[in-house]
Design a protein around this ligand. Structure first.
Ligand SMILES: Cc1ncc(COP(=O)(O)O)c(C=O)c1O
Length: 396
């Protein structure tokens, strides 16, 4: 029997025969791409200045490969910013907003972060906030093309995503600023509806956490060229230079020192993605992963989707709450204790790591289905969840 399998024990709650070959189902940082090795980073231009030709070339390669892999339209620019997705998103908010009214749609821990930024940090005079509790989308029909719109494409913690961008005005005057950190490379994106998009390296492609990626449409660049907010902007969030768009950012001249080790790792994940067939294959892998998990969820009598609306259910970061009537009546503290027991059992068995729901959400389980995960591992996970549930209940 292979090491990754364990013998069945003849008890009412036998351990499943097949164990996921890789138990890393965390929603971020996520599992590295299949075939990842340390040797794959051996060409990193370490101990060189990031302004050296070789280093700039590597940073530019990361930018160019991102542009190609995301199938960005002509005229869109890609930059690498400090501070991961938060850094890229806040640079965009601080550098672009204030020229007109702003709407922020938030339904996730991070969507709510952008609400805090807009409401409590930026001196925005004309602000509308559309906020919902975990598990529900706000009313996107409130979008007004005359205003700037800030939203999250996939709420990683809530397991709720925006299934399409049809609600965005194609002839808008305002800009759309989209946090797509856990959606970029896992779903198709209608770029005609996006002016600014951000993501990090440690989500769909399984890179190292470090920098934030910023995608800018021609209209977003034009906003920088024609408008600079009156408020102070720290250097790390400055997308202007001399009152105009700082175009050097999109040519590999980063605002401060990047990690060339992390750049190399990101390039390695981009190479993997194009080797296997590019964006269509990444999306196909994610969909197949979600289908494998969905088949198990649909027959489960103790876990169900947090998001009631099937269309708004994230197929990438899947959030599941307790549906067993005995648990549904327990208070949150008892449900979190059960969540913890289930997760500890699975970790002890090396069957699943880091699948607890986000601490700011409701008790339950959260499973990543992005493109670096293998479908067979998700298929093998279901019986282990059932096993851990029965064990945890027995101990309760
Ligand atoms: C939707 C979303 N936005 C933003 C972030 C923050 O990302 P980072 O830690 O890369 O700044 C996360 C992190 O999980 C996220 O899920």
């Amino acid at each position: 029997m292979a090491d990754s399998q364990s013998a069945a024990v003849d008890t009412p709650n036998s351990k499943p025969m097949i164990r996921p070959a890789d138990p890393r189902f965390s929603c971020g940082p996520v599992k590295k791409h299949p075939g990842w090795t340390w040797e794959g980073l051996s060409e990193a231009p370490l101990s060189r200045t990031h302004r050296a030709g070789q280093a700039v070339a590597r940073i530019k390669e990361a930018i160019d490969r991102t542009h190609a892999l995301l199938e960005l339209p002509e005229g869109y620019h890609v930059g690498i910013l400090p501070g991961s997705d938060t850094g890229a998103m806040e640079a965009a908010m601080w550098s672009l907003l204030g020229q007109r009214g702003v709407d922020v749609f938030g339904w996730d821990v991070f969507g709510k972060r952008w609400i805090l930024d807009a409401r409590d940090e930026l001196p925005l005079d004309d602000l509308r906030i559309f906020e919902t509790p975990a598990g529900q989308l706000p009313d996107l029909a409130q979008h007004d093309g005359k205003r700037d719109t800030v939203f999250t494409l996939n709420g990683t913690a809530a397991g709720v995503w925006v299934p399409d961008l049809d609600w965005i005005d194609p002839a808008r005057e305002g800009l759309t600023l989209c946090d797509a950190t856990s959606a970029a490379f896992a779903v198709d994106i209608d770029w005609s509806k996006i002016d600014v998009l951000t993501f990090s390296w440690q989500k769909c492609l399984g890179g190292e956490a470090q920098h934030g990626m910023l995608v800018m449409s021609p209209r977003a660049i034009e906003r920088l060229n024609s408008y600079k907010p009156a408020w102070p902007i720290p250097g790390l969030l400055q997308l202007h230079s001399g009152g105009k768009a700082n175009m050097a950012v999109y040519e590999g001249s980063t605002l401060n020192t990047p990690s060339l080790m992390c750049v190399e790792d990101y390039v390695s994940s981009l190479k993997w993605a194009s080797r296997i067939g590019g964006l269509p294959e990444l999306v196909r892998r994610s969909e197949a992963n979600f289908a494998a998990l969905d088949a198990w969820v649909k027959q489960s009598d103790w876990l169900g989707y947090l998001c009631e609306d099937e269309a708004a259910r994230s197929p990438v970061s899947v959030t599941l709450k307790f549906t067993d009537p005995r648990i549904a009546v327990m208070d949150a503290e008892a449900q979190w204790a059960l969540t913890k027991r289930i997760c500890s059992l699975l970790e002890r068995e090396n069957a699943a790591l880091d699948i607890s729901m986000h601490r700011q959400s409701v008790p339950g389980i959260r499973i990543w289905c992005g493109p670096t995960i293998e479908r067979d591992d998700l298929a093998a996970l279901g019986p282990w969840l059932d096993w851990a549930w029965r064990e945890a209940l027995d101990a309760a």
